[in-house]
Design a protein around this ligand. Structure first.
Ligand SMILES: *[C@@H]1O[C@H](CO)[C@@H](O)[C@H](O)[C@H]1NC(C)=O
Ligand SMILES: *[C@@H]1O[C@H](CO)[C@@H](O)[C@H](O)[C@H]1NC(C)=O
Ligand SMILES: *[C@@H]1O[C@H](CO)[C@@H](O)[C@H](O)[C@H]1NC(C)=O
Ligand SMILES: *[C@@H]1O[C@H](CO)[C@@H](O)[C@H](O)[C@H]1NC(C)=O
Length: 317
């Protein structure tokens, strides 16, 4: 009986993932989740609008455990001071995990900043900020989060701008590379091992809202409502991942096993968990070094005012 339920759930999921992977249409992937009248479909585009009455947002129809979420996005043109557009994954709940892209608007002609953050077990405060090597309001660019048991990678046009590694991944990788019995990790000695997001399924979200109390030049520049509506435009939103059974609880052990255990599933290959996804390629490592050297403008890891004791994940930088 139990195994029959698992098989049925897996088949249901297979249909969902195929639809998500094959179709670029927003309807297959996301639905309005906040202020539906500020979520506007125009031809092939999806627009989020902010005016003085409200912002707006959408959410994925499925939750996912591991995978890659991608948005082709053009940010608010002209004066966007005070306006934040976010593209993020979140699991919800008290001990939630969350991976954020937050695009911080600016006055006309001044650069957007891209803030990334990770919440792990409900705790955030891991902000980094970069500026960009292009004008994100002039055209569509691709922003993506790759998430697997070994790392969380933030990518801009396929260039990694941030990696959060599972420093405890010896065990994870050991299970991949050897059939059994070679795990060398000693969990009780892991108190200084940085936390890594536990396997909770996440939804994918985007929203636009007024954040003029903090977003632009430290909150000094306020939103100029005479320039509303502020519009962020999506050309595509894609999620390739292990879709969670719609009726499963967030801690369903069978679903965790299905999405975590094997690199092959009913859906086909879990490419985001393959061995070559466990760490950056050499080329990507070079790209990351380049991005950080030329575009990093803030890193919580070196903010000793906020963190007199360096967070454990920052060690060795
Ligand atoms: C989930 O849905 C499947 C397919 O409809 C069903 O067979 C299964 O019993 C359901 N599981 C739970 C926990 O409700
Ligand atoms: C490290 O991995 C072990 C084995 O998978 C696990 O039991 C432990 O909770 C992990 N520790 C941290 C800090 O993630
Ligand atoms: C794991 O580490 C703890 C603390 O350092 C130690 O007391 C324990 O003996 C170790 N266990 C194994 C199996 O190595
Ligand atoms: C906005 O532009 C100012 C001036 O160039 C710059 O200092 C700031 O970092 C930019 N971004 C934000 C979010 O304030």
């Amino acid at each position: 009986m139990a195994s029959l339920a698992v098989v049925v759930a897996a088949v249901v999921c297979a249909a969902v993932v195929v639809a998500v992977a094959a179709a670029g249409k927003f309807d297959d992937v996301v639905e309005p989740s906040w202020a539906n009248d500020h979520v506007v479909y125009e031809g092939d585009l999806l627009k989020l609008r902010l005016d003085s009455s409200s912002g707006g947002g959408f959410a994925s129809k499925n939750k996912f455990l591991y995978g890659k979420a991608t948005a082709d996005l053009k940010l608010v043109a002209g004066d966007s001071a005070g306006v934040v557009t976010a593209f993020y994954l979140s699991s919800g709940g008290d001990k939630h995990n969350e991976f954020d892209f937050e695009f911080l608007g600016n006055v006309t002609g001044e650069p957007y900043l891209v803030q990334t953050n990770l919440y792990i077990d409900g705790v955030g405060n891991r902000e980094q900020r970069i500026d960009l090597w292009f004008d994100p309001t002039a055209d569509f660019h691709t922003y993506a989060v790759l998430w697997n048991p070994s790392q969380v990678v933030f990518l801009v046009d396929d260039t990694p701008i941030r990696v959060y590694e599972n420093k405890n991944a010896t065990a994870v990788k050991g299970h991949h590379r050897h059939a059994s019995g070679t795990t060398t990790n000693n969990a009780t000695a892991a108190s200084s091992v940085p936390p890594f997001p536990s396997p909770q399924p996440m939804s994918v979200y985007s929203s636009i809202w007024n954040a003029d109390d903090w977003a632009t030049q430290g909150g000094r520049v306020k939103t100029d409502w005479t320039h509303a509506p502020f519009v962020a435009t999506f050309r595509d939103v894609r999620v390739e991942g292990c879709a969670w059974a719609a009726n499963a609880t967030d801690s369903d052990a069978g679903e965790v096993a299905r999405c975590t255990g094997s690199s092959w599933g009913k859906e086909g290959r879990y490419w985001w968990k393959e061995k070559d996804m466990e760490e950056l390629t050499v080329h990507q490592s070079h790209q990351l070094v380049w991005a950080r050297a030329h575009h990093l403008v803030y890193d919580y890891c070196v903010d000793t005012d906020r963190f007199p004791v360096q967070p454990p994940e920052c060690a060795g930088r």
